[in-house]
Design a protein around this ligand. Structure first.
Ligand code: CTP
Length: 406
């Protein structure tokens, strides 16, 4: 079953001496809440900024310090930790720790464990901008990258020195999202290419106004996350949305139905699965004016024209060129839910349609929950009980995994 790939994973979080160490506490907490097992290593400098007890309190597990290297009854604690880990993240990674890692120096628990670890090594540098841009630090990062380490950040922004510049460690939520992505890559859908659309298209009337709809993009973005979690490579084509694309998506922003059609058709050839979760406008203004429509024009009527049905175009493409592509659509209905959805499944040549009753206040557009019925080509129907859109997305992705296996 599709789930957050961080669940039950062994994450070795190594904290070195930077004020950003406090963000590592937040990260350890978020990972633990997801169900990951988090073991923490602190350097002596890190211990001055945040204590082992702080980490122990949020992870419910022992946090290791240099004293464990020499005083522990287990004399190879670094080997045990290195072998236990599915991934090792050094966050914050100070300039000093990066230099040691790049040159194979092992003089504390963090560095000897990093030397011993065969799992992926991720580093999140945090330091003053001048230290980060120093040729020695840059050269060390290059060496680490050549050795296969994954470097995350740093970001631009306010630094502990009071200055602004590049050196800020990524936020806990960003590091969490990167780990989630990195740990999903060998899951069931590895190698499968998903094309997912999301959001509500906007059809311009003039430079300031548009015809739009209530779609927030939540369902489409949640589907992108669930497909990534299951190991897929995801291209997310999104109409304007306030949401942040999940880490790992190849993101293509669009505005109108026509923009979306062009981008979808550009990518269909590579796709194994297409999920059209976007609320695509069926009509657009026949004329989009280049100048603002003035009040004095006393505009009374708008002339509209129909847009292309992208999913129908995909259905035709499937029929004539690529029968193997799996097409999934949504049906947003305010009445005769199943009849209308089943008609759309047929007329658009889909493998699966997810029917949503949009007349309800707890399902469909712009709410956090959804309840739906999946309809299949062979007439089979499967209900997805009411739950958050993440849960609904996981069910849909599980169903797609089954269809791909058939
Ligand atoms: N869709 C599309 N292109 C359009 C309109 C819809 O690709 N121009 C896709 C949607 O992304 C969705 C499916 O078609 O996956 C059904 O959309 P929906 O709005 O429910 O139905 P329509 O086909 O537009 O029909 P109607 O509005 O008459 O219900």
């Amino acid at each position: 079953m599709t789930e957050n790939p961080l669940k039950h994973k062994h994450i070795l979080l190594a904290v070195s001496g930077s004020i950003a160490a406090y963000k590592a506490v937040e990260l350890a907490s978020q990972l633990t809440k997801t169900g990951a097992l988090v073991d923490v290593i602190l350097t002596q400098a890190a211990e001055k900024l945040v204590s082992a007890l702080t980490f122990r309190s949020v992870t419910g597990r022992k946090a290791f310090t240099d004293s464990d290297l020499w005083e522990n009854e287990e004399h190879v604690v670094h080997i045990t930790l290195a072998r236990w880990a599915n991934i090792m993240l050094i966050a914050p990674a100070s300039a000093n720790s990066l230099a040691k890692l790049a040159h194979g120096i092992g003089d504390n628990l963090l560095s000897v464990t990093a030397l011993a670890a065969a799992c992926p090594l991720v580093v999140a540098p945090a330091m003053d901008a001048g230290m980060f841009s120093h040729p020695a630090t840059q050269a060390n990062l290059k060496i680490l990258q050549e050795h296969g380490a994954i470097i995350l950040g740093p970001a631009e922004g306010h630094l502990a020195s009071g200055l602004k510049g590049k050196g800020r460690m990524l936020e806990a939520a960003e590091l969490y999202a990167h780990l989630r992505y990195l740990l999903s890559r060998s899951n069931k859908l590895a190698g499968k290419k998903f094309l997912i659309t999301a959001g509500g298209t906007q059809e311009a009337l003039d430079p300031v106004r548009f015809l739009g709809n209530h779609s927030s993009g939540k369902q489409g973005y949640a589907l992108a996350q669930a497909a990534l979690d299951a190991g897929a490579e995801v291209t997310l084509i999104s109409a304007p949305s306030a949401l942040t694309p999940p880490v790992g998506t190849s993101f293509i922003p669009v505005v109108s139905a026509e923009d979306m059609r062009i981008k979808v058709m550009d990518h269909i050839e590579q796709a194994d699965v297409v999920i059209m979760a976007a609320a695509v406008a069926d009509f657009r203004p026949a004329v989009s004016r280049t100048q603002k429509i003035k009040k004095e024009s006393k505009l009374q009527e708008l002339k509209l024209e129909t847009t292309t049905d992208i999913l129908k175009a995909l259905g035709d493409y499937k029929k004539s060129k690529k029968p193997a592509v799996l097409l999934v659509g949504f049906a947003a209905e305010s009445e005769h839910l199943l009849e209308n959805a089943s008609r759309k499944l047929e007329s658009k040549n889909l493998d699966l349609i997810v029917a949503n009753d949009i007349s309800r206040s707890d399902a469909g557009f712009a709410v956090d929950t959804n309840e739906a019925t999946m309809l299949f080509r062979d007439g089979k129907q499967l209900k997805i009980p009411k739950q958050d859109k993440e849960g609904v997305s996981q069910k849909i992705i599980d169903t797609i995994i089954n269809l791909l296996q058939e």
